[in-house]
Design a protein around this ligand. Structure first.
Ligand SMILES: C[S@@+](CC[C@H](N)C(=O)[O-])C[C@H]1O[C@@H](n2cnc3c(N)ncnc32)[C@H](O)[C@@H]1O
Length: 271
């Protein structure tokens, strides 16, 4: 693996997607991806070769690209991510779209809460797209909160970050909108093998994957202003169960929204 072209060939042989390989090489040679594509003959230095050998191997073993390059695009923002923090998914942009619709109909300067903020993806996307909103975000992982604070600082966005277990750090505070992409994978879900590089605390939620959602649905009402919405992301097969939990807790106008592949991935209602 002496040149960029040879590195691309090595990546192909290991079964990597070509976009992933290009991004890993671009990071190693500190050039844009477009430059990499046009300079296949460029020799790699010893340290670039060493970095790439490790990164191509780790990617081939399933480590998320975002951990290797240290960043992920979400809702038009570049977020820093590293091991210990869930990689934000494009599916979650459905939740942000719906939240922004709710905020458009909310009173001026709405108070918004993001429960289980991780890298800060949802909170920062809302603060960026709706500058009049006052956004507060909670996570119980100090690693996640540090990543979220760093992202906010780099993006110059204001969010109040709170450490704690779901609504416990909120006191008597009430919000116009509560959003959450909580853990929702069942403890024995066969997909967990593919997610093994991401923190279990961000993924697992009991035997049916609904433990975190049950807790949020039970705690949220006492932190909601009249007419406030609660929007929850979940796995597609969980939509009926989440709708039932919301109706059981007194929420009305309960509906689900589909992601880009047409699967119901968010369910919400208001009081
Ligand atoms: C699925 S991740 C979502 C991260 C981020 N919101 C996103 O969409 O990329 C769930 C997050 O909930 C946090 N979490 C898990 N249990 C929690 C709890 N009891 N209280 C607060 N946060 C919790 C995890 O640390 C993790 O960051």
């Amino acid at each position: 693996m002496n040149t960029i072209a040879e590195a691309l060939q090595t990546a192909r042989e290991r079964g990597l997607e070509s976009l992933d390989a290009q991004l890993l090489i671009a990071q190693a040679v500190r050039r844009p991806r477009s430059w990499v594509l046009a300079h296949g003959e460029t020799p790699l230095t010893e340290s670039q070769r060493e970095t790439l050998t490790v990164h191509l191997q780790r990617r081939a073993e399933g480590e998320p690209l975002a951990y290797l390059i240290g960043q992920k695009e979400f809702y038009g923002l570049t977020l820093g991510v590293s091991a210990g923090v869930l990689v934000p998914r494009p599916d979650t942009e459905t939740l942000v779209d719906w939240a922004l619709e709710c905020l458009a109909a909310a009173p001026p300067q709405p108070e918004v809460l993001d429960l289980g903020t991780g890298s800060g993806a949802i909170a920062l996307a809302l603060a960026h797209a709706c500058p009049t909103a006052r956004v507060c975000a909670v996570d119980m992982s100090e690693t996640a909160l540090q990543a979220a604070r760093d992202n906010a600082m780099r993006l110059a966005l204001q969010v109040q970050w709170l450490a704690g277990d779901w609504c416990s750090p909120l006191g008597e505070r009430r919000f116009s909108l509560i959003v959450s992409n909580p853990p929702y994978v069942a403890d024995r879900d066969p997909h967990l093998q593919a997610l093994r590089h991401e923190p279990a605390q961000a993924l697992l939620a009991g035997a049916d994957g609904l433990d975190a959602i049950r807790t949020i649905v039970s705690q949220a009402p006492k932190h909601m202003l009249p007419q406030a919405w609660l929007l929850l992301e979940h796995a597609h097969a969980q939509a009926p169960a989440v709708a039932q939990l919301l109706r059981g807790a007194g929420f009305i106008d309960v509906t689900s929204r589909a992601d880009l592949s047409g699967e119901p991935r968010c369910t919400g209602g208001h009081l």
